[in-house]
Write a protein that binds this ligand. Structure first.
Ligand code: 13P
Ligand code: SF4
Length: 315
């Protein structure tokens, strides 16, 4: 497109013309969040996808989020600005491996984090997000034997707060696994008043030193409700800072650098490269050409939608 085109204006115009909504996750770039009709965590995005009246949904997040939209709104056209926006966590659990694991553990029910492919969801009894995992697992019969996947850290945390003994899949997110206690302690020494917030995908030692643990929406709600707190240390993907800062302009947020190298210097790669694949230009082209479209094979969709609907009922 011509460089003089105002992409944000054109995106809004195309949304109006085509009866489309743009949904964006908090980890996308600030300019993407600004052009979206709705921003949220995985749970809020799934809820929104289930009840929007628009004809077209443009999901600015990662591929599994677009699949979830399609499963919940099969009659709508679901577009995804970049089909290669994957997720290292979803990649850590292949459907054929989960199938084999289930066969080795007869009698177990499967609880899957929403960060999974539709094929994995089709092998699942109930889906959870980090925003509702405790509530959903708590609502399941106490004597039910459970497999939890693919995020080991989230499953381990949910075991600890529910007293369950779920079998854990050994998957993880390449962004959240890199946060270390050392990096948090270093920031805390510099900013002793700061409240530490960590995403449930972080490792157990990181969660142990966090004051607030939860989903991206949990962090936002906490910051909005605690106006007296003026400093936060944030252990999650740095995209969340855009909305945190917008909601709390007089508060300082320190993103945790993901690793402390031997020299004690953190690197600044606490970003999900998949989420950042959503650019204004791609959103514009997606709306203009109504491509690429995300579809889910009918044979998978009929089983994959059930555990998501069950999650929405239970949470
Ligand atoms: P939330 O549900 O907290 O938004 O998390 C999504 C995600 O991909 C975390 O890495
Ligand atoms: Fe997946 Fe991690 Fe990116 Fe979230 S931050 S979408 S879990 S790779």
């Amino acid at each position: 497109v011509d460089e003089s085109v105002d992409l944000k204006k054109e995106i809004r115009r195309l949304c109006e013309e085509k009866d489309a909504v743009v949904l964006a996750h908090y980890y996308t770039m600030g300019e993407v969040q600004e052009v979206a009709d709705f921003i949220g965590d995985s749970l809020a995005l799934a809820r929104k996808a289930a009840k929007t009246d628009a004809k077209i949904i443009v999901m600015c997040g990662v591929h599994f989020m677009a699949e979830t939209c399609k499963l919940l709104s099969p009659e709508k056209k679901v577009l995804c600005p970049d089909l290669t926006a994957g997720c290292s966590l979803a990649d850590s659990c292949k459907a054929e491996d989960l199938k084999a694991f289930k066969e080795q553990h007869p009698g177990y029910k499967v609880v899957s984090y929403v960060n999974t492919t539709a094929a994995v969801k089709a092998l699942t009894d109930v889906v959870v997000t980090s925003g509702n995992a405790k509530k959903v697992v708590d609502s399941l019969p106490k004597d039910e034997k459970l497999i939890f996947g693919p995020d080991y850290n989230l499953g381990n945390y949910i075991n600890s707060v529910t007293g369950r003994d779920m079998l854990l899949w050994n998957g993880g997110c390449h962004v959240h696994e890199k946060f270390s206690v050392e990096a948090i302690v270093k920031l805390k020494a510099e900013h002793p008043e700061a409240v530490v917030m960590a995403h449930l995908e972080c490792k157990a030692p990181v969660l142990a030193v966090a004051d607030v643990k939860g989903s991206t929406a949990t962090m936002l709600d906490y910051a909005k409700e605690h106006k007296e707190t003026k400093e936060y240390i944030i252990a999650t993907e740095a995209g969340i800072l855009h909305e945190l800062q917008r909601c709390c302009p007089d508060v300082t947020f320190y993103p945790v650098p993901p690793e402390v190298s031997e020299g004690g210097v953190g690197c600044s790669c606490n970003e999900c490269e998949y989420m950042k694949k959503n650019t204004l230009l791609k959103i514009y082209n997606t709306l203009r050409y109504e491509l690429p479209e995300v579809t889910v094979d009918e044979s998978i969709a009929k089983d994959a939608v059930k555990p998501i609907e069950r999650m929405l009922e239970l949470s």
